[in-house]
Structure formats: C-alpha cells, structure tokens
Design a binder for this molecule. Structure first.
Ligand code: GDP
Ligand code: IMO
Ligand code: MG
Length: 438
C-alpha cells in the first residue's frame, strides 16, 4: 500500500477536506503535517458541513488512525473546542486521534504579535487568519518556541515561558506577572488534558511504512501560500508543498509514493497578495456566490478568478504531483463563457512556466483561452460520461495543459458527488501502473 500526500495546488480552500475524507475510507493512517488552526477543511455529509481546523480530515473513519504531526502549530483551546464539537456531533474522536509532543504550541502572545505586525504593516497587511501561526513558527525557528512536551514539565515550561515573556514584554505583547501566572497555569492544565492524546508520530509512521499500511498525508493551505514557493510575503509561515511532509514528519522522501493535488476548477484567494487571474465586478461576485466562496475559518469573502495553468504548472513541479483531483466543477455551471489562463504575457515574453522573479506575479497579464460554458447542472454527477461535452472539454484542456492524470472530478460538496476515475487504494497503486483515463 502506498503513502499518498494530498496537497492544495492554489491559494488554499481547494476542497482538500472533502478529498481527504473520501480517500480516508481505505486508509490506515491520516496525518496532518503542517499549519494550524488557520486551516478550515470542510467535509459535507447529506448537506451538513463539518469544518476541521487541526484534526485530520480522516476523523469520520474509525479505522483510520488520525495523527497531528510535529510540524503543526497547535492552539490547545482550538484543539479542545474541535474535539468537543465532534463529540457533540456523535463522532468518535479520542480512540483514534494522536498528537506529536513535538508540535509547537500557540500562546496568547503569538496572536498579539500577529495583530501588532499586521497593524504595523498598515495598508500592506497580509490579511492573516489572526490565529498566531506566523509568530509561533517564528519562535520555533528562533528556538524559543514551546512544545507540547514542555507543558508536561512545569519547571521547564516556567523557565521557557519566562524567557518569552522577558523577550516580548518590551513590545507590549505580554502582560504583567499576573498574566504570566494565568497563562502558565492554564497551559499546564492544557498539558495534562493533551497527555492522553500524545503519540509518537514518527515511530507510528515508520512502523506503518514497514507494515505496508495505507497512509494519507494531509496538507493544509496551498502551494502558492508556501513560505518559499508561494507569493512571499503574502503567504503562510510553513511549507505547504509535499516536501513539507518530509521535513515536518521526519519521513524519508523515498517513502512518498504518490502526490495527489487538489485543484479548484477556478481560483480563489483569501487575504492580500497578487492574483493574476482575479476577476472583479459582477462576474467575480457570481463566482463567489455560485461557489459559496466564504472562508471556512474566518468567514471572509474569498477573491475569485479563472483557473491559472502557469501557477498550476509551478505547483505540479514543486510538489511532484502525479494525480489531479479537480473540485467545484459545478460552481461554473451557469457561466456563458469559461476561461483558462494558458500563459502569461510578461515584459514582452510569453511564459508558460513561472520564472523566479517576484515581479511576474504583479506585472504578468494572463493569456486566456475562452470556451463556451456548458450551461447545464453538473451537481452530483458521478459518471464521467454524464458530464456535458463542454465540461469534459474544459477538463481536458486543464489536464492536457498540466500533463498530469485526472484522478477525480468533484461535482458537489457532499460525499458521493464526484466522478472517481482511479481508485486511490488497491492494485492500481501497488505496481508500476500509472493513473490514466480509461
Ligand atoms: P479546504 O480548505 O481545501 O479543505 O477547502 P474548504 O473546506 O475551505 O473550502 C471548500 C468548500 O467547497 C467547502 O465549503 C466544501 O464543502 C466545498 N466543496 C468541496 N468540493 C466541492 C464541489 O465539488 N462542489 C461544490 N459546490 N462545493 C465543494
Ligand atoms: P486551508 O487549509 C486559504 C491565508 C490567509 C493569509 C495567509 C497568511 O483551509 O486551505 P496565516 O494565518 O496562515 O498567517 O495567513 O494565508 N491562509 C489561507 N487561505 N486557506 C487556508 O487554509 C489558509 N490558511 C492561511 O488568508 O492570506
Ligand atoms: Mg479551507
């Protein structure tokens, strides 16, 4: 059985939650490898959405051991809220959820620091989710981060917390002695409540790989939000690409057999930063309304635009993608015309691939191919042959333009509203056979 990484190819919210849930049915392990509660991964059953922020999207499947890896930044408050919400919905959580003690913890001063930096940036703010993600990762890199393990050793935690307080007090990010005691006590208690969830994620992964378990690695955010390979500085603070799974989980790269990329049939972005194919005005609004494009974490309206093959070719390469799951085809059902950005015009050149220069993001003009829309509902379609001819042609243009096989087309938010072209698990995954459209 293979190890499969599932990553977002755009600026997040591609529908990773739905795809991970779907393929978790046959999985032994589902492991979230980076990010934190900035993520909002939606799973929808019979019209009822369930949004996960930290807990892996395999949690509805009891046979799947769900792990939160060392590279995730954990807000204990958010974690326990999520556990409580799931339990209130009758979902069994504790028996198959594990958390790495190496995961870094988000503290109240991380959120304060993020607000402080965003305010200082003024009009150039990133539009973060306000969850303390960037400062927590910054503390990790500066070696002043606090890990779940530290919460279990109060004297050590006190020492480390007091260093952070001393360092950050000058900026007004931490409070007085009373607030120190309050945070210290609250997080010691969090540590005790987290203890039962502790898991040796690296060992479980190694043993799973050695046993030949079916393992899903769940990415959060998307490639264009990667701290190095995205639209810096308008990015998140972790490695969202498949390589992020390797470093965050301590998993040898040779163990990852497949990378499945989730691609929305158009493009969205929340927060600031360049977006060459963004559509403004009534058409952009129609996309937002049709796709219900409002953030699953913050509720913010998402910016919308056409699909961008130049940006996607970059994502395909940096992730080593060998299968595509194209989502939200149905959200384009009503459009007279649909457009695909095939190349950029930039400084007199036509580019099919993204150069490294950051200026390309803001200066490039998209070159579009236009197609007549299919103007027929595809909602819930689950056989490829039942898709309208024009929708199939649209998919073909994307697949041929990217040179990667199509594994799945999602035609609605719910489980069952998808066309599966390749099984993720089973014989097709074990041998040399590649995915191909039959
Ligand atoms: P994620 O962060 O990548 O997991 O994506 P989000 O959950 O933030 O956003 C995707 C949204 O689209 C959610 O509301 C999903 O329920 C919904 N969704 C996923 N796939 C489809 C689809 O094929 N069609 C439609 N209409 N909605 C979908
Ligand atoms: P999922 O996993 C979409 C965006 C924020 C902001 C930038 C930095 O649901 O796809 P951060 O809080 O991470 O420091 O914000 O990244 N962002 C996301 N956009 N989906 C997400 O996650 C995101 N997580 C962060 O809007 O622009
Ligand atoms: Mg999301």
């Amino acid at each position: 059985m293979p190890v499969v990484a599932i990553v977002g190819a755009q600026w997040g919210d591609e529908g990773k939650g739905k795809i991970v849930d779907l393929f978790s049915e046959g999985a032994d392990l589902v492991v979230r490898f980076q990010g934190g509660a900035n993520a909002g991964h939606t799973i929808s059953r019979k019209g009822c959405p369930l949004v996960l922020h930290l807990i892996p999207s395999g949690i509805l499947h009891k046979q799947a051991r769900c792990l939160i890896g060392p590279g995730v930044v954990l807000d204990p408050d958010s974690f326990f809220q999520e556990v409580a919400d799931l339990q209130a919905a009758g979902i069994e959580v504790s028996s198959h959820l594990g958390l790495s003690g190496k995961a870094h913890v988000i503290l109240p001063y991380h959120r304060a620091e993020e607000a402080f930096i965003e305010a200082a940036r003024g009009g150039d703010r990133i539009g973060t989710t306000g969850r303390g993600i960037g400062p927590a990762y910054a503390d990790r890199a500066a070696r002043i981060g606090i890990r779940v393990f530290d919460l279990l050793d109060p004297p050590l935690f006190k020492e480390r917390l007091s260093l952070c307080f001393r360092l950050k007090r000058g900026h007004g990010l931490t409070g007085d002695d009373a607030s120190f005691e309050e945070i210290f006590n609250a997080y010691v208690e969090f540590g005790q409540r987290l203890r039962p969830f502790l898991a040796d994620v690296e060992t479980e992964l190694r043993e799973g790989c050695q046993r030949g378990s079916a393992i899903l690695l769940e990415g959060a955010q998307g490639t264009l939000l990667d701290v190095d390979h995205g639209t810096y500085p308008y990015v998140t603070s972790s490695h969202t690409v498949s390589g992020g799974a390797v470093t965050s989980l301590g998993l040898p790269s040779s163990q990852i057999n497949r990378v499945l990329s989730v691609v929305k049939a158009y493009t969205t972005r929340v927060g600031s930063g360049p977006f060459p194919t963004e559509v403004s005005g009534p058409l952009g609004e129609e996309m937002r309304e049709r796709g219900k494009e409002y953030g699953a974490t913050t509720g913010r309206p998402r910016r919308c635009g056409w699909i961008d093959l130049v940006a996607l070719r970059h994502a395909i390469w940096v992730n080593g993608v060998d299968g595509l799951a194209i989502t939200k085809l149905d959200a384009l059902d009503s459009f007279e015309t649909v457009k695909v950005c095939e190349a950029y015009r930039w400084r007199g050149k036509t580019l099919r691939h993204l150069p490294e220069e950051p200026a390309v993001w803001t200066e490039a003009e998209p070159i579009y191919q236009e197609f007549p829309g299919w103007k027929r509902s595809t909602l819930g379609t689950n056989r490829f042959e039942d898709l309208p001819g024009r929708a199939k042609r649209y998919l073909d243009v994307i697949v041929e333009g990217l040179g990667v096989e199509l594994v799945l087309v999602s035609t609605g938010p719910d489980r069952g509203e998808e066309v599966c072209l390749r099984p993720l698990w089973g014989s097709t995954w074990d041998g040399e056979e590649r995915w191909s459209r039959s």
